[in-house]
Structures are given as C-alpha cells and as structure tokens.
Design a protein around this ligand. Structure first.
Ligand code: KIV
Ligand code: ZN
Length: 513
C-alpha cells in the first residue's frame, strides 16, 4: 500500500456550499493558485452543471492552474457528465467526480429510485465519464448511512466500469471513527480491482477529522477536506488539521506522507478567509491566531526553557511565525512591493498603486504595519484582482448620543464623482445609507463582523459585511484605524462586487448536490 496520502481539496466546491459564501471566477482562481502553491494533489474546482458561474470557474481553473489534478463534480446523468467534461477537459490532469446517493432515505425520498435504478445510473454515469477521461472518481452519497452490501455492490460496479477512486462520503457527519474505519476496511476486503479509497467526512458531530484519520488507518489513501474546515453546515474535515496530524504523528500513521508544503498553511487559511469573508476562530487548531499563544505563566516559562514542553508543532512549519514589523510611514513603494512579494502577493500597475496609496494613508495614522496589516490592506483594496467601479474619495460622519447621526460620502466613479448624504440610526447605518444613495445599490446587510487586525489601541479595525441585493450575495471587507470608516469601506467593496456580479454572467445555482 502506498505511503503517499493524496490531499483532495474541496474548498471551492463543498466549501463554497457554506451558507453565505459566494466566490466569483477571479476569487476562485486566486484560491486555486494558492492551493497549487500549497501542494495539494487534487483541486475540486466546482460543479459545472450547477450554474454558468460554476462552469466558468471550473473552466478557468482547468485552463490556468498547473500542478494538481483538477476535478469537476457531476451527477450520473449524461448532461451533467458532459458538462463536467466540457469544463475540465483542458486541465493537464483532468478528473470527473460522479456521485449519486445510495442510502435508503435518499433513494426513497430524494431520488425516488429503486436500488436497481440507482445501480443502472452508476453503471451508465461512470462509463460515460470514463469514455472521456481515464481518471474517474465515484461517490455513493450518504455512504455511511447506506446498506453496506448494496453499497459494496455498486462500488464494484463502478470499478468494473473504470472508476479509479472510490470516495466514501459521511455526508451528514453521522459516522464515528471506529465504525467509519471498519467500513473502509470492509470495502477493501469486498470490492476487487485497482482503486484508491477516499474519505469525505462532514463535521456535524465535530468528528470529521477523526473519522477521516480512522479511514486512513484502515487504508484510505485520499482524504477530501477543505481549508479552515469550510463546507455544508458544520463543514468538512479541515485540511490543515489532517495534514498536520499525519505529519506530527507519523509514528502512529506508519510513515505516511502528504505532499503539502506546510509552511503555506497559514497563508492559505488567510487567503480563503479573506475571499470568503469567513473568519477563522481564534482557537482553531493549526491556523488560528491563538494556536501558538501561551497565556499562563507556567506554560510561558516552560516554552521559554524548551518549546516542546507545551508545543507539538513548531509554528514556523505552518507559516505561523510571530508577525514581524515590516513597514512604517517612511517606507517607499519599492519596500512596500517587496514586502508584499515576500508574502506571495504579487501586485502590479494600478493595483499596486492603489494599495500603496492606502498603505500611506494608514501608515500616517498607525506607527508600524505588520504582515497581517499589509494583507488586510491588500484584501480591502483588491478583494480580488477584479477592478472596482467605485472608490471612496471622502467620508464625513457626525453623530453622538444627543444628535441623529449623519454621513456624507463622495465616491469616484470612473472619471466622475457621485455623492450621497443620509441620516441613520447609528453612524454605520448613516454611512451605509449615504453609499446606497450615491451608488443606487440598496441591499440588505445579512452579516456584519468587526475585529481588530492586530492588538493595541491603534490596531486596524477589520470589518466584513455580507450584502444581499438584486438576487446576489456579496461580501466586502474594509480596514481602517476607525471602525466606522472600515464599515463604509467594507460596504462599498460589497457594492463593487455586486455591481460586477450584476453586470457579469448569472451564477445562481439551479441544482446542488
Ligand atoms: O457530502 C457529500 O456526500 C458530497 C458528495 C457530493 C461527495 O459532498
Ligand atoms: Zn460533502
């Protein structure tokens, strides 16, 4: 049995099914490039039949991202399989991932099909995928709640039709480690042929990583997982936790290795958090801001004597070095670009100019800017490589406990200017109303998060807003030393993204797994 564990990243497919996440093509490409940089084996780029936006993203990733296998999800129907192939065919190493549910409840209530009909679908769907592509994965959805004999029967049928990977989804996170491990071992004993078994565990009981690792112990050599544990409902197994468990406990896992460049884990986590608008919880294993922080005196003392007293992972091996002070208000454009390049953020032309102007504005108000600050500035200025329609020229806000808050905003719109003035029930509300008036885009703020980028009284306020309007959802991020201004910037970025979505191609999902 191979000692290489394939890491199959599904951040862009299952991860994007997290409530409220909506990534456009440019954002998905940026994440896919970083996943390639991270060294994952397979990127699940999306579900092409689901929407035009999904198709475009899968195609763009297949055409541009080199290194990993690029896979597209498909139900068993020929229309799905054909669309998946159309999207993924130009990848260096394309894969089609075919799925259909096999549990009694899904077959009866969702598919309204008998076991025989489902098996016939699998035979036809896998054969169709195989007619296009030598790399075909099959998943019996809700596998952990399926009848084991029926599931093994259809898995054998899939292998007989040429499937090379058998993925066993714990779709609703119902499995427990020992049981899931036994299931994987049983499949190995029962299904004959040349295939790799994969795990796909959801986190409804907080067991996704434990179940995946039990699967690995039982012989699985592919794990499906997502950065920051994103995914439907409570999410998928967190990629960073799987990879670091395998690395840190290689004694227990018999020397199995992944090809992941672990020093890129923290950066990948930040890129995904920035583009999805999903914050990483402070105490999240491996990539959380507190994952290597020691609060108690006894622990601090121990770590000063010998790091290994209280740390099983060296922070630098996951890219979590203490944020160094990088720049201040006297730093020039060259030093700024240089620092960004070291962080893997390669900006050029207008994008670099825009980010540098913001950096100077902030450096005037904040003594020292750290790596995290720089990343937040770039996140706000660009969000993605796409061009913003509106930019904030000026903002004035007045208010207090004794007067109605009022905001005035002036925005650049191409070569011209637009402005708005409005009252609100708070300063942030007034700013949002003024921007809505200036841009003509009115929506509902469905989520609003405020945090600080680093510590200290002059820390940058970091605001993430999710805005729903005209049938689209968009997230925007803003940073400033003042949280009211950061909120306005975040709102404006969400408006910019909505305008792009509105004027681009539709991406509403018509179907979903
Ligand atoms: O959870 C699940 O069953 C899935 C499949 C489509 C693989 O995401
Ligand atoms: Zn899933």
């Amino acid at each position: 049995m191979s000692d290489h564990l394939k890491i199959f990243d599904t951040t862009l497919r299952d991860g994007e099914q997290s409530p409220g996440i909506s990534l456009d093509v440019a954002e998905k490409l940026e994440i896919a490039e970083q996943l390639a940089n991270l060294g994952v084996d397979i990127i699940e780029a999306g579900f092409p039949i689901a929407s035009v936006g999904d198709f475009d993203s899968v195609q763009a990733i297949a055409n541009a991202v080199r290194g990993p296998v690029i896979t597209a999800l498909s139900r068993t129907g020929f229309q799905d399989v054909d669309r998946a192939w159309e999207a993924v065919q130009h990848a260096d190493r394309p894969r089609i991932h075919v799925f259909i549910a096999t549990s009694p409840i899904h077959m009866a209530k969702k598919l309204r099909m008998t076991e025989e009909q489902v098996k016939a679908e699998i035979v036809a769907g896998v054969a169709r995928a195989r007619s296009y592509c030598t790399d075909v994965e099959f998943s019996p959805e809700d596998g952990s709640r399926s009848d084991v004999d029926f599931m093994c029967d259809v898995l054998q049928a899939a292998v007989d039709q040429g499937a090379t990977t058998l993925n066993i989804p714990d779709t609703v996170g119902y499995g427990v480690p020992e049981e899931y491990g036994h299931l994987i071992a049983h499949i190995f004993e029962t299904v004959h042929g040349d295939y790799v078994i994969s795990t796909h565990c959801h986190n409804d009981l907080g067991l996704a990583v434990a179940n995946s690792l039990a699967g690995v112990q039982a012989g699985a050599r592919q794990v499906e997982c997502a950065i920051n544990g994103l995914g439907e409902r409570a999410g998928n197994a967190a990629l960073e936790e799987i990879v670091m468990a395998i690395k840190t406990r290689s004694d227990y896992f018999g020397g199995i290795q992944t090809g992941v460049r672990t020093e890129e884990l923290a950066r990948t986590s930040r890129v995904v958090s920035r583009l999805t608008g999903y914050p990483v919880q402070y105490n999240k294993a491996v990539v959380g801001r507190n994952a290597f922080a020691h609060e108690s005196g006894i622990h601090q003392h121990g770590v000063l004597e010998d790091r290994e007293t209280y740390e099983i992972i060296d922070a630098s091996t996951v890219g979590q070095e203490a944020a160094q002070i990088v720049l201040g208000k006297h730093s020039g454009r060259h030093a700024f670009a240089d620092s960004l390049a070291k962080m893997g953020l390669r900006l050029q032309g207008d994008a670099l100019n825009q980010a540098f102007v913001r950096f100077k504005e902030l450096a005037d108000r904040k003594m020292q800017l750290t790596e995290a600050d720089l990343e937040a500035i770039v996140a706000e200025e660009l969000g993605t490589n796409a061009v913003h329609r509106y930019a904030m020229a000026s903002l004035d806000v007045h208010g207090g406990t004794q007067s109605t808050p009022v905001a005035k905003v002036v925005l650049t719109d191409g070569d011209g200017k637009v402005d708005g003035e409005a009252e609100g029930n708070g300063m942030v509300d007034a700013v949002i109303a003024a921007i809505a008036q200036a841009t003509g885009v009115t929506g509902t703020v469905v989520d609003f998060k405020v945090s600080s980028v680093t510590g200290g009284g002059d820390a940058l306020g970091d605001v993430i807003i999710q805005l729903e309007a005209e049938g689209h959802t968009a997230s925007g991020r803003g940073v400033a030393t003042d949280v009211v201004e950061a909120s306005g910037r975040a709102y404006l970025n969400a408006v910019n993204k909505l305008v792009r979505l509105r004027d681009g191609r539709p991406r509403e999902r018509t179907v979903g797994p």
